[in-house]
Design a protein around this ligand. Sequence first.
Ligand code: G3P
Ligand code: CA
Length: 225
Amino acid sequence: MLKIGHRGAKGYEPENTIASFQKAIDMQVDGIELDVHLSADGHLMVLHDDTIDRTTNGKGAVNTLSLLELKTFRIAGIHEIPTLTEVLDLVNQNVLVNIELKSYETAEKVITTIEQYILDKNGDYSHFLVSSFDWNALQQIRFLNAKIPIGILTETNLDLAFSVAKFMKAEAIHPYFHLLTKENTAQIQEKGIQVFPWTINTLEDIQKIKSFNVNGIITDFPDRI
Ligand code: G3P
Ligand code: CA
């Protein structure tokens, strides 16, 4: 069962920062989860929201600001918003990278970034897992490069996500953890699809979800797994 750090180790460091991803690696995760948006000039930026208002000292929509502009703002006073390439360089293929597409527009750039990375580092697609609530974005990934593993994210409808996962031959489903039971987890896995629920933080919930034999747990507190 994989231990996957949500936005790095969000429980310990500011989310989606190099410090947070390093903390997760120090806590011996098997993978990290991160979110991507496009900057105005087409760079993949690692942050959760579509604006920089909540997490940085700046204001504005990510897709209206250039890479250089975005790099001038600070998270918790000191951290920069990382690019996807910076995070991939930090990880250096030592753990799985679960890239969550926060918009359809990110799909093509994520594909070219992964392809270029694999080419440069003689890497492997098994180190990547691309997920999204926007299933059309995942369809686009599948259509353009079927070697990239995909995960169907759902907050509300596991049955529909399961049908879509089978149709798209997805490698994984990423459900909100309250949607899971031991039975439906087994049903999904019988079809060869992995189950990666999120975001499980309390010891009680961790214990319960572990008992369902899921393939991995996405958590803000990797050391609790
Ligand atoms: O990928 C799982 C989880 O991160 C989805 O929700 O809002 O934390 O991106 P959110
Ligand atoms: Ca996410």
